[in-house]
Each structure stands twice: as structure tokens, then as C-alpha cells.
Design a protein around this ligand. Structure first.
Ligand SMILES: Nc1ncnc2c1ncn2[C@@H]1O[C@H](COP(=O)(O)OP(=O)(O)OP(=O)(O)O)[C@@H](O)[C@H]1O
Ligand SMILES: [Mg+2]
Length: 254
């Protein structure tokens, strides 16, 4: 049975989309069947995989509005599949509660086919984030090691706790999968200090793997590729492959 993980942090630019693409590729590289779902209205995940906005034929909104079958929206890549985002082609969702249930229903069914479903979310505490969280089993929170990083982590953890306390019929459980330190600047002592501070507040939830600042990760998405396909032996590729391994090992040990 597959696992649905939302990649979320209301702070912008912390590496959510980069993590969705490259963790997805890392898991695919370990022979896991992976589906990426683009739930950010900016469609950065879709575009970061080399698809031009105007070439997105069908996407997640067609599924939610019952205008397409899920299989007709899925695009295949070497190490994962993708459901693109086409929110910008559609009107706003009128019944968000209905869409929440609809997304969860579809992804629950896809858990029979995929080992991991990773949902990329945007830097907004809105309907799309709620939809992602209600459809997910856990949340991976990427964060930079900067002073204001606490806020994003705290907001996410409070939100997850609120959902856990709701115990509605559509959502029984939601856990923090882990906090991922991203864009780490290993030449800057302040980054180390901030990393230690983050570990103090969320102790055992921080992934051992740290994603260092890497130009390969930036170049890969500008070329519309995951970093394993762009430069398999680069540090960015190695770190996301290690993260995938750590995630799998955690699952086996639970
Ligand atoms: N480890 C890294 N090293 C260097 N640059 C990185 C790294 N991770 C991400 N970036 C770059 O930082 C920028 C923001 O990354 P990304 O788009 O993944 O963040 P995001 O959290 O998804 O942003 P948003 O909140 O806008 O959706 C991008 O230009 C990306 O290439
Ligand atoms: Mg993003």
C-alpha cells in the first residue's frame, strides 16, 4: 500500500518543488513506483519538468471537476509519473469541501499502484494546501537554515496538529514525515547554528540527510530535468538519493 506525502511549508522558495522532483527521482531510482502531483497554482513542478504552460493538455483540475479520467492526465517520465497542474486554465473551485474529498478518494485508489505519491504545494495557506493535507498520510517540511525558518515550521506543525485534532470522517491521521534542511550553506557558521536550533525544537523529526546549496539543482530545473537525469554524480543528486534511502529505511524500521 502506497504512501501519500505532502511537501509543504508556507514560506516561499525553501525548496518544496526541488524536493518533490528530486526526492521523486531518488525513490524511482530505488525501484519505487512514484507519482508526483502538482498542486501549486504556479505549476512550477510541471514547468520544472520541461512542460510549457500552454502545452498542458489535462491536469489535476480536470480530475477534480470530473472532466477527465485520472489515467488521461498522467504523464510518464523515466523515474516517476506526473499529474500536471492546470489550475490557471480553469475557474476557481466552487466547492472546496467536495474537491477535498474527491482528491483524497482518487489518491487513495492510486495507492494500490504507486509506492509513493508526492504532492507539491504552494507557499499559501489556502484551499489547495488543505486539499493536499487531507489527501496525505504525512507531511515533509523542507526548510532553509535561516532566522525566519522557525515560523514556517511552526505554522505547518500547528496546522497538522489542528487537522489531527479534528478527527473528521474524511481525515483520521496526519503526521510529520520529517523536516528537511535545504539550501544549506556549509561555509556559513550561522547555517550550522540555525540547523542546531531547528533540531532542538523538532528533535527526532529532522532528516539526517541535509541538502546543500548546489547550482546543479538550479540548472537541472532550468533544463526541465530532475538532477539524477541532469547530472547523476553531482552532490545534489547524491544527497537526494541519500534522502530517498533514508525515507525507505525509516519506513522499514517502523
Ligand atoms: N539545494 C539548493 N541549492 C541551490 N538552489 C536551490 C536548492 N533548492 C532549491 N533551489 C533553488 O531555489 C529556488 C526555490 O526553490 P523551489 O522552487 O524548489 O522552492 P519552493 O519552496 O517550491 O518555492 P515556492 O514556495 O515559490 O513554491 C529555485 O530557484 C531553486 O532552483
Ligand atoms: Mg514550489
Amino acid at each position: 500500500m502506497g504512501q501519500v506525502i505532502a511537501i509543504a511549508n508556507p514560506k516561499g522558495g525553501v525548496g518544496k518543488t526541488t524536493t518533490t522532483i528530486n526526492l521523486g527521482a531518488g525513490l524511482g531510482n530505488l525501484k519505487q513506483k512514484v507519482l508526483l502531483v502538482d498542486l501549486d497554482i504556479k505549476a512550477n513542478l510541471t514547468i520544472g519538468l520541461g512542460i510549457e504552460r500552454e502545452n498542458i493538455k489535462k491536469g489535476i483540475f480536470d480530475i477534480l471537476l470530473k472532466e477527465a479520467e485520472i489515467k488521461d492526465t498522467i504523464l510518464n517520465f523515466k523515474r516517476f509519473d506526473l499529474i500536471p497542474n492546470n489550475c490557471f486554465q480553469k475557474q476557481a473551485l466552487s466547492d472546496s469541501h467536495y474537491c477535498m474529498e474527491e482528491l483524497k478518494k482518487h489518491l487513495d485508489l492510486l495507492k494500490d499502484e504507486y509506492d509513493y505519491i508526492l504532492i507539491d504545494t504552494g507557499p499559501v495557506m489556502g484551499v489547495l494546501l488543505d486539499m493536499a493535507l487531507y489527501a496525505s498520510d504525512s507531511v515533509l517540511i523542507p526548510t532553509e537554515c535561516q532566522y525566519f525558518s522557525y515560523d514556517g515550521i511552526k505554522i505547518m506543525i500547528n496546522k497538522i496538529n489542528a487537522i489531527q485534532n479534528e478527527k473528521t470522517k474524511i481525515k483520521e491521521n496526519l503526521i510529520v514525515e520529517g523536516i528537511l534542511l535545504t539550501k544549506f550553506d556549509n561555509r556559513n557558521l550561522f547555517s550550522y547554528e540555525m540547523a542546531e536550533n531547528i533540531k532542538e525544537i523538532v528533535a527526532n523529526k529532522v532528516f539526517k540527510t541535509v541538502i546543500n546549496y548546489s547550482s546543479h539543482l538550479q540548472e537541472a530545473s532550468s533544463m526541465g530535468k530532475d538532477v539524477l537525469s541532469f547530472s547523476y554524480n553531482s552532490i545534489g543528486s547524491r544527497e537526494y538519493r541519500l534522502l530517498a534511502k533514508e525515507l525507505l529505511e525509516r519506513k522499514e524500521n517502523n
